[in-house]
Design a binder for this molecule. Structure first.
Ligand SMILES: [Zn+2]
Ligand SMILES: [Zn+2]
Length: 165
């Protein structure tokens, strides 16, 4: 289906096609190379929480939403642009570069560092549980997800308790 100029600006004509059934794993970028790294990041962080912060109940709606928000904020960081572009290349929508840039997955970057640093918050003595792909700082669990939501670079800090019912 081709949208007409009546709907879109002539420079923005888009062509929509429906893929064949059972072909999404071959041509749908999210299926080809995004969902699995995303699930890996979720799984690694979930395992960390279960092991080190079992009192943080992931099954509680606000906790789960906070966790997904923070992790989605990470995976959408500029740091992962080569990773995100690779899904489109592997699906055949973008040409592969002759020298394909090396990239790291979000789970590797954020959680698989050889040694974690201290939390970047002044006065906090906790070790970081995640390296932020946006500000490159280590953030402890409390300042990532409990007393604050680490959603930089906008530094939108929500005190979780303020929106709990
Ligand atoms: Zn940050
Ligand atoms: Zn901290």
């Amino acid at each position: 289906m081709i949208l007409s100029e009546n709907v879109l600006h002539p420079d923005m004509i888009s062509r929509f096609e429906t893929s064949h059934p059972h072909a999404t794993g071959l041509i749908q970028p999210l299926d080809v190379y995004w969902n699995l790294p995303w699930k890996n990041l979720l799984k690694k962080f979930t395992n960390y929480v279960l092991n080190f912060h079992p009192d943080f109940l992931i099954a509680q709606r606000n906790n789960e939403l906070s966790m997904v928000s923070v992790l989605y904020h990470q995976i959408s960081a500029r740091e992962f642009r080569p990773f995100l572009r690779y899904a489109w290349k592997k699906s055949g929508y973008l040409d592969k570069d002759a020298n394909e840039p090396q990239f790291t997955t979000p789970a590797n970057y954020c959680m698989d560092q050889a040694a974690s640093g201290d939390c970047y918050i002044i006065g906090c003595k906790e070790s970081g549980c995640l390296k932020c792909a946006r500000c490159k700082n280590w953030v402890c669990f409390d300042h990532l997800l409990v007393s604050q939501l680490h959603l930089c670079p906008f530094f939108l800090i929500f005190f979780v308790n303020s929106f709990r019912l």
